[in-house]
Design a protein around this ligand. Structure first.
Ligand code: OOB
Length: 560
């Protein structure tokens, strides 16, 4: 019953007005294909080709053909169904870049259940929220990864929930009880689910919600993004075409696989759509990546700017043969032109800048653009039906070539966040444009140049942090009266976070505040890099904290 009600709510938040739906169907953008049938169709077409290469949760090297991947997904889907996961249910998936990620993803899709894409860096605060807010039926983790035990995290999360999800563990599911989580909860190993019979692909409405993606966010709690089969598949197909992805593409996935960029721009889904091979990198270091490029004859990879810089500086010291690499995509944060210019001469491949957002709109520089466009712009939209507005602070269009707020509407950009009516009323215009919070300039040939950001978010090398979310956690400390989190410039990451804090009584040490946030279960990348204690905040004319003033103060410190 609850699940049925929730499903209706989900369908409502994701609905496009009929006139637009008709337009997108009529243009051939939205097709009847769904993610439940995506892999079975590719397995029929590409059966014995290798779909995925990577380590599994136990560290064993695996190569899965399209047929083998589809068979695994079909059996895991049956196992999940026996656990009580049904079409329309939500499944929080938190897996590192291991082959099980693809098996589980397509198992959940096949059932018609909705993955909720958590990142490996998320901890109890985020995961608990996702489980509660989406009323998750299951939560899938790896036993251990990067020195962190996700079984303990699952137990901590479940202990706090009235109706905990079924926990599925990839890798060894031996229970290890810690002091912080003394009551072990039942969980099941992914391998135990594999022994079942194949589950048939669900029959789904292609315009229904396929999954919930995470927003970088600007608010106290993360927002969830409902993407439909039709809208997302359109962006995947078009991205694959624009980026020249085909059956010969061998893509290295370095970024966390669940992020929108490596998943769909054109990412894992674009490669699997086209019959190519996805190679999952177990860690993002240039050494690991270069060895895999050589061994697997990688043709394409996608990176955030700090990793691209790390590749550039490691290249000179490396003996590896990178000659197979044709395209290096860089996005998620602004890639400085000076670094962009070095990609072709030093890495021997074409740079493609990608400016996208999990809410929808993705821009690419085209592979045949002139070098200046590739180096100095963030590309142009995927679709002829992506509508772009650049507006001044008062909402009036800026003159051609001017800088302003980017708003967008189109065939794969959402019309609202899941279950967030208040936030939606400010994040979207009444006629359905999404306010991206990005400040852009429309350059020649319709290319966008990202000039800044108006939203209260920190972009820490591609990882997005909502200022308000961290501030709320800081204010929960008994000695903290008020907090303001802002970005400070950083040579390597582009930005890092600085928390300005007003305290009462004896100020805690900065380290103690960081430990406090960690103990509250906040993901590591959201813990402020710097904490500054101040007596009071500068305020704006209307009495709000002036973040601009704080940013200026920080920038001045860094110039000295
Ligand atoms: C990607 O998606 P999100 O949802 O993690 O973050 C979106 C935000 C954008 O609004 C913008 O502020 C920033 O990230 N951003 C960039 C950028 N790409 C993203 N800022 C400057 N230059 C760029 N190239 O980050 C994402 C989703 C799909 C594909 C690529 C990136």
């Amino acid at each position: 019953m609850t699940s049925g009600l929730r499903r209706t709510a989900l369908a409502e938040t994701a609905r496009y007005p009929e006139e637009f739906a008709e337009l997108y169907r009529g243009a051939g953008y939205w097709t009847p294909e769904t993610f439940a049938r995506f892999l079975p169709a590719r397995a029929a077409e590409f059966g014995d080709r290798v779909a995925v290469v990577g380590l599994d949760a136990r560290g064993e090297q695996r190569r899965l053909t399209y047929r083998a991947l589809d068979e695994s997904a079909a059996r895991i889907a049956a196992g999940l169904a026996e656990l009580g996961v049904h079409a329309g249910d939500r499944v929080v998936v938190q897996l590192p870049n291991i082959v099980e990620y693809t098996e589980v993803l397509f198992a959940v899709f096949r059932l018609g259940a909705l993955p909720v894409f958590a990142l490996p860096a998320h901890r109890a605060a985020e995961i608990g929220y996702f489980c509660r807010f989406t009323d998750a039926a299951a939560y899938v983790v790896a036993a251990e990864s990067g020195g962190f035990d996700y079984r303990n995290l699952a137990r901590d999360v479940c202990a706090d929930l009235d109706t905990p999800p079924a926990v599925v563990v990839a890798g060894d599911d031996d229970v290890e009880v810690t002091a912080s989580s003394p009551s072990p909860r039942s969980s099941v190993s992914l391998d135990a689910l594999r022994t079942r019979e194949a589950f048939p692909p669900a029959e789904l409405d292609p315009e229904s919600v396929a999954f919930l993606q995470l927003s970088g966010g600007t608010t106290g709690t993360p927002k969830l993004i409902p993407r439909t089969h039709s809208d997302y598949l359109y962006s995947v197909r078009e991205s694959a075409r624009i980026c020249g992805v085909g059956a010969d593409t061998r893509m290295l996935v370095v970024l966390p696989a669940a992020h929108n960029f490596p998943m769909s721009s054109p990412g894992i889904l674009g490669v699997l759509h086209s019959g190519g091979t996805v190679v999952l990198a177990p860690d993002p270091s240039p050494d690991t990546a270069f060895a895999l490029i050589e061994r697997e004859a990688i043709t394409m990879a996608s990176l955030v700017p700090p990793l691209a810089m790390a590749w550039l500086s490691a290249r000179a010291r490396s003996e590896r043969d990178l000659s197979s690499l044709q395209v290096l995509q860089v996005g998620g944060a602004k890639f400085p032109a000076e670094a962009a210019r070095r990609v072709r001469p030093e890495l021997g491949c074409t740079l493609q800048q990608v400016f996208g957002m999990a809410e929808g709109l993705v821009n690419y520089t085209r592979l045949d653009d002139d070098e200046d466009t590739i180096v100095t712009t963030q590309g142009r939209p995927i679709s002829a039906h992506d509508e772009i507005r650049v507006l001044d602070d008062d909402g009036a269009p800026v003159p051609s070539g001017g800088t302003g707020h980017l708003l967008t509407r189109g065939p794969y950009t959402i019309r609202g966040y899941y279950n967030a009516p208040e936030h939606n009323s400010t994040s979207f215009t009444p006629d359905g444009f999404y306010r991206t919070g990005d400040i852009v300039r429309l350059a020649e040939h319709g290319c966008l140049v990202v000039e800044g950001r108006a939203k209260d978010q920190i972009n820490r090398g591609g990882e997005k942090i909502a200022a308000e979310e961290v501030e709320n956690h800081l204010i929960a400390h008994p000695a903290v009266l008020d907090a303001a989190v802002v970005a400070m410039p950083d040579r390597y990451l582009g930005e890092r976070t600085c928390a300005f804090v007003v305290t009462e009584g004896e100020a805690p040490k900065a380290l103690a505040l960081k430990v406090f946030l960690r103990d509250r279960g906040l993901a590591g990348y959201k813990i402020p890099d710097k904490v500054r204690f101040v007596d009071a905040f500068p305020v704006t004319g209307v009495g709000k904290i002036s973040r601009n003033e704080l940013r200026r103060a920080l920038a001045a410190t860094f110039e000295n």
